[in-house]
Design a protein around this ligand. Structure first.
Ligand SMILES: NC(=O)c1ccc[n+]([C@@H]2O[C@H](COP(=O)([O-])OP(=O)(O)OC[C@H]3O[C@@H](n4cnc5c(N)ncnc54)[C@H](OP(=O)(O)O)[C@@H]3O)[C@@H](O)[C@H]2O)c1
Length: 333
């Protein structure tokens, strides 16, 4: 027996936004698993801003996706055939299977997930890589303390919404930045102290009004002008956590660096980048903490799930850069 898998492969490297020429639709026959292998039927695919970076042929924290390969993506799915001692038919699993319908795996990087704890999309969001990013970025890099003022950008997104709620649970005053009135209203609903709509408000001015003593921790998901506005409003000893810079991922030329970096000197502040995969050994700690918070209602895990299967991947990915999602953006297969 074999499984026909519709897949999205990288056809050519884009400049600027990916377009129709970037991708090819391919059908692959996935064979019976050999000894130590199993086959997964993918049910949900994670959409991540970083996917754009994985298309560039540059030195990074992870090798680029090669032309002709299935697009890399984190997924959830179920085991449909197995000759692996640790994975049985029917197990729910998460792993980097790609933008595919079926995947052959030897178990590397694959974990079993408990759908009784949370539904599959949450295992790609608050209990998945983005939740891990929020947890370790905030605690280990941001070193937040109760009573501090925490600012987070892309606050209504996957990482940002978990960052904001973890910081609230730690007793911090939390300010979120997001695009549009609906996202701002949701951030208030989940307990943020303040929310700024960067599309209709002057972020620099608003920050000075609502945080006159400055920001202790800025969790940066977007870079660009918002990073500059945050740098201009630091408090002495502030920590700027560089998680991502989604505002520039599709730029064809590099934008000038932060104009306000001298604030780091003035306020004795630090700016530190991090990559979540360096914390892999400690993911169980974060999964335990976040699932407990979901269970007792201290953390709302929200996902925006798009239908349409792997064929919908190219458009769904662009949706991230347009901000179509509240919470984690997931594609249903
Ligand atoms: N360091 C790591 O290990 C690591 C791991 C995972 C993710 N990340 C980074 O974390 C950040 C958030 O990722 P995520 O998965 O949680 O995505 P997300 O926040 O769920 O989705 C991206 C959001 O970014 C906002 N956005 C898009 N273009 C923007 C722009 N030009 N200016 C301001 N905001 C913009 C949109 O929200 P609005 O509607 O509010 O604009 C959109 O919903 C990304 O930078 C990602 O690369 C880093």
């Amino acid at each position: 027996m074999s499984w026909s898998s519709n897949e999205v492969h990288l056809a050519s490297r884009p400049t600027g936004y990916p377009d129709a020429g970037t991708w090819s639709a391919v059908t692959v026959e996935v064979p019976e698993p050999g000894e130590g292998q199993f086959v997964v039927k993918v049910d949900h695919i994670s959409l991540d801003p970083a996917m754009r970076g994985w298309l560039n042929d540059v030195r990074s924290y992870i090798p680029p996706v090669q032309i002709g390969e299935a697009m890399r993506a984190m997924c959830t799915g179920s085991v449909v055939a197995s000759r692996h001692p640790d994975f049985a038919v029917g197990d729910a699993v998460a792993g980097t299977f790609g933008v595919v319908e079926y995947a052959l795996s030897d178990g590397t990087g694959v974990t079993t997930i408990d759908l009784g704890v949370a539904a599959a999309p949450t295992w790609l969001g608050a209990l998945g890589m983005t939740g891990m990013t929020a947890y370790f970025g905030l605690h280990d890099v941001g070193r937040i303390k109760a009573g501090e003022t925490v600012l987070v950008s892309a606050a209504a997104g996957a990482v940002g919404s978990v960052v904001a709620q973890l910081a609230k649970a730690e007793g911090c005053r939390v300010i979120g930045i997001a695009g549009g009135p609906d996202k701002v209203a949701w951030l208030k609903e989940i307990g943020l102290d303040e929310a700024i709509d960067y599309k209709s408000e002057n972020v620099l001015r608003r920050l000075r009004e609502i945080a006159p003593k400055g920001i202790d921790v800025y969790f940066d998901n977007v870079g660009g002008d918002i990073l500059d506005a945050a740098l201009a409003n630091l408090r002495r000893g502030a920590r700027v956590v560089i998680c991502g810079a989604v505002a520039g991922y599709n730029d064809e030329t590099l934008a000038p660096g932060p104009k306000r970096y001298m604030s780091l000197l003035v306020f004795r502040a630090t700016m530190t980048g991090f990559v979540v995969f360096d914390y892999e050994d400690r993911f169980p700690e974060a999964v335990a903490a976040i699932s407990e918070m979901i269970a007792d209602g201290r953390l709302v895990a929200r996902e925006t799930v798009i239908d349409g299967g792997v064929a919908a991947f190219p458009d769904a990915l662009l949706g991230l850069y347009a901000g179509v999602n509240t919470g984690k953006l997931v594609l249903k297969v």
